[in-house]
Design a protein around this ligand. Structure first.
Ligand SMILES: [Mg+2]
Length: 235
């Protein structure tokens, strides 16, 4: 059940939820009006709206053109107020040799892409689908002997990142601060890394919705959000 609109804290994933996937992570298109819709909702919810993404906050801000309250890097970087300072968790950095190996892997499959992050990296294979299982095998070997890191599956991407932070811990941190505190979280996401956020949202008495079965597509999410912003209640 959805929390009452006026008592909701809205937590939104970015890629595959607000934005359609594109051939490469850099080529996503931000639909006109999306930022306006989010800002209208932010106001209607007393500021209790946050983006929770695997991207860095710099990249997120560049896409949306507004510094929303947000958790980036799957919770490794958090901004609790609009335009405010970014808190970075003290997390391990992967050994440089792993990055070299990841680079070699990406170079071996035309279309594959290495995305370096502050505390990890991701191998994208949307344009090289045959590389998916190879990447999984190679990266599993790397993280197997280092308990500080984990391998996570995303949408046509394998990601190496530190254990101990995920979108669930990001939700916990966001919900502990005003104006989120005292509201019920509604988390909307599309993939396996979002399940942690949905689980924590439900544990707090809120709700977690998955894009595909509930909205059909990111366009479905955007329409729903636009209607909510216009009405001041859930459609
Ligand atoms: Mg996503």
């Amino acid at each position: 059940m959805l929390p009452i609109f006026a008592r909701t804290a809205l937590l939104l994933d970015l890629d595959g939820t607000l934005l359609d996937f594109a051939p490469t992570p850099d080529s996503v298109v931000v639909p006109p009006g999306l930022t306006d819709t989010l800002r209208a909702l932010e106001t209607a919810l007393g500021g209790a709206l946050a983006i929770v993404t695997g991207r860095s906050l710099d990249v997120l801000d560049g896409f949306l053109g507004h510094k929303f309250v947000a958790a980036g890097e799957h919770g490794g970087a958090i901004r609790l107020t609009q335009g405010g300072p970014i808190m970075r968790l003290a997390l391990p950095v992967p050994p440089p040799s792993w990055l070299v190996q990841a680079e070699v892997l990406a170079d071996s499959y035309p279309g594959a892409l290495l995305e370096e992050k502050a505390r990890g990296f991701a191998l994208h294979y949307r344009q090289a689908p045959e590389a998916g299982t190879i990447f999984e095998g190679a990266l599993s070997l790397l993280v197997r002997d280092d308990p500080r890191f984990q391998l996570l599956a995303g949408a046509m991407v394998w990601e190496v990142r530190p254990v101990g932070v995920d979108k669930g811990s990001a939700v916990t941190t966001l919900m502990a601060a005003p104006p989120f505190l005292g509201r019920l979280p509604l988390f909307i996401g599309d993939d396996v890394t979002d399940e942690d956020g949905m689980r924590v949202a439900r544990e707090m008495g809120g709700e977690g919705l998955r894009v595909e079965p509930v909205f059909g597509s990111p366009e479905g999410v955007r329409i729903w959000l636009r209607q909510a912003a216009a009405k001041g209640e859930w459609p």
